[in-house]
Design a binder for this molecule. Structure first.
Ligand SMILES: [Zn+2]
Length: 345
């Protein structure tokens, strides 16, 4: 997997723009043979695509919570997590925005709940997908109007997510919500969890990457995997980059992850980091109760499918080595498991 070092918000925005265009292009081309009422059909196609992406968000949220919750003793930074991801009408490009508003019902200027992790404080308190947040701890959010033709921007959601992610563990927080027409107020108690935000970006690559605190899973990868166990292993690999402080380490040693960074000494360091993440990732997935034994086959298939050949192969362990390494780690974890020992990487 890539170890992309990038500011999440800007990147996510670009990906959302691209993905929105992609969705639009897809739905438009799908309608090419049906001229009558094409506009209406195209909108509902876009709505369905958006709802499908949301279902991927939900799946990734559930898996990520489970992974992060069972690795509390091996991650360096914890925070008070609520288990919700948000989204907002403003982050969708104008062409797709009406479909997003129709699909998600957030046309009144408040961000809405995109996903709720199973077992999280948000779920326990009764928050539901689609709830719009109108106030935090009694302080009202200002509803914003998004002009129909305003270009997509992610700032509103980013600011709100950062605010919710700055809570210390154990803090009680009150959320005022709108559920359809109904107003309600719920109190959530933030749960101590490894500091990492995992999100789905509607990218068209079979890939995932991570920044200093954010893991991004491309929608196409989430569809490509054959099971939740495989998806968990991929997310766990990216989490391992964060838990092991790889991004800081690369920055400190001034190692880039660009096109020509994979050669020589730098390439060796990048490969070492990937191996370490593969190893930690298998431990993290195993601790959360996922079937980590599929790791070898997964990494062999993924190395081929994600097109990490040619120049990229210089910084990433090749498919055969990666698969063999994963097989060895799986054996190691199995031995610990069978001996009833703690799964410490
Ligand atoms: Zn990686």
């Amino acid at each position: 997997m890539d170890t992309g070092i990038g500011m999440k918000s800007a990147k996510s925005l670009i990906l959302l723009l691209l993905a929105s265009l992609m969705l639009w292009a897809f739905s438009t081309s799908a309608m090419a043979g049906a001229p009558q009422d094409a506009r209406q059909a195209t909108d509902s196609e876009a709505e369905n695509s958006l709802l499908f992406l949301q279902s991927l968000d939900q799946k990734v949220a559930d898996i990520s919570w489970r992974l992060a919750a069972s690795s509390a003793d091996i991650c360096p930074d914890k925070y008070g997590a609520l288990g919700i991801n948000l989204h907002d009408a403003a982050q969708y490009i104008p062409r797709i925005r009406p479909a997003a508003i129709a699909a998600f019902g957030f046309g009144d200027g408040f961000p809405a709940v995109l996903s709720i992790a199973a077992g999280s404080p948000a779920q326990l308190a009764g928050v539901e997908i689609g709830d719009r947040i109108t106030a935090i701890d009694g302080i009202a959010l200002t509803p914003h109007t998004v002009r129909a033709n305003a270009r997509a921007y992610y700032d509103i959601v980013e600011a709100l997510m950062s605010r919710l992610e700055a809570l210390p563990a154990g803090t009680a927080i009150q959320l005022d919500l709108l559920r359809g027409e109904e107003s309600l107020s719920l109190t959530l108690s933030a749960h101590s969890l490894c500091q990492v935000r995992v999100e789905v970006v509607p990218g068209g690559k079979i890939n995932a990457d991570s920044g200093e605190r954010i893991v991004q899973v491309h929608g196409k990868l989430a569809v490509w995997v054959r099971s939740d166990d495989e998806l968990a292993l991929v997310i766990a690999h990216e989490m391992a980059h964060i838990f092991r402080g790889h991004h800081g380490r690369l920055k400190q040693e001034r190692i880039g992850t660009g096109l020509f960074s994979g050669f020589g000494k730098n390439g060796r360091k990048l490969r070492d980091i990937e191996r370490e993440s593969d190893r930690y990732g298998i431990f993290i997935a195993a601790r959360a109760g996922y079937d980590y034994r599929v790791a070898g086959a997964l990494w062999r298939r993924l190395s081929k499918a994600s097109g990490l050949s040619g120049i990229w192969a210089t910084s990433h362990p090749n498919a055969r080595n990666r698969g063999r390494h994963a097989d060895a780690v799986v054996k190691e974890v199995e031995a610990l498991h069978n001996a009833g020992l703690a799964l410490n990487p």
